[in-house]
Ligand binder design. Sequence first.
Ligand SMILES: N[C@@H](CCC[C@H](N)C(=O)O)C(=O)O
Length: 289
Amino acid sequence: MSTPIAFLKGHGTENDFVIVPDPENALDLSRAAVAALCDRRAGIGGDGVLHVVRSAAHPEARAMAGEAEWFMDYRNGDGSVAEMCGNGVRVFARYLQHAGHVAEGDLTIATRAGVRTVHIAKDGDVTVGMGRARLPEGDVTVTVDERSWPARNVNMGNPHAVAFVADLAHAGTLYDAPPVSPRAAYPDGVNVEFVVDRGPRHVAMRVHERGSGETRSCGTGACAVAVAAARRDGTDPAVTGTPATYTVDVPGGRLVITERPDGEIEMTGPAVIVAEGAIDADWLARASG
Ligand SMILES: N[C@@H](CCC[C@H](N)C(=O)O)C(=O)O
């Protein structure tokens, strides 16, 4: 029998992850292995995997090793690779604290979208500097059944289409990815957010994530929603010169997003470790095919 592989389970506003500490990048976490881990019946279950690797030990992160000791090698539930995961980076920071690698306060984490700054507060919430949004030009349309909505193309390191709708139920079951057109606007696929107003600078959303399906929360998605809402509401900080803060309710909780006049975005929310265990390495090897 092979040596078991340590894992933890954690979530941020119920966007849940299998955390696999692998400081020296010794594991071969294939696409099939990640999908098996995330399987909610035959595996551990999660929206994605947070593979915890020292930046110096990962080819995609080596160049960031001087700025951030740890690299979040994030994978979606189907095993695909994504550039960024906003809830994931908060849970990743919570894991580093839990494992004694870092203390409360400020730290940096390398991601495929670049180095992110994180603050672990005494009250338990974790804030992450999400960088700036990009807003590619061009009209985008999201469709569910017989309804279509104009959507805003927002890139938070990963791609989003944000549609303001009259009722979140209009998003339907979200079992399948809602069609977004033109497809050429998103050559690598897209995360789709459906948004309703709850009050001044307060919205609620549902999301269909690329590579994971409908999830209970998406941090980059919540940031994309806040950015789109600010442009719609005339509160774009680059225009008004004052920060815009939006409360974004997700099915799994609440995130608070602030965009500053220089475009930098901060997101605050909870991050929780719920379990620790050991993966049967032989099972994982078989699952990897
Ligand atoms: N849940 C994440 C986003 C994860 C990546 C996304 N599915 C993609 O493929 O871009 C978040 O909290 O940001």
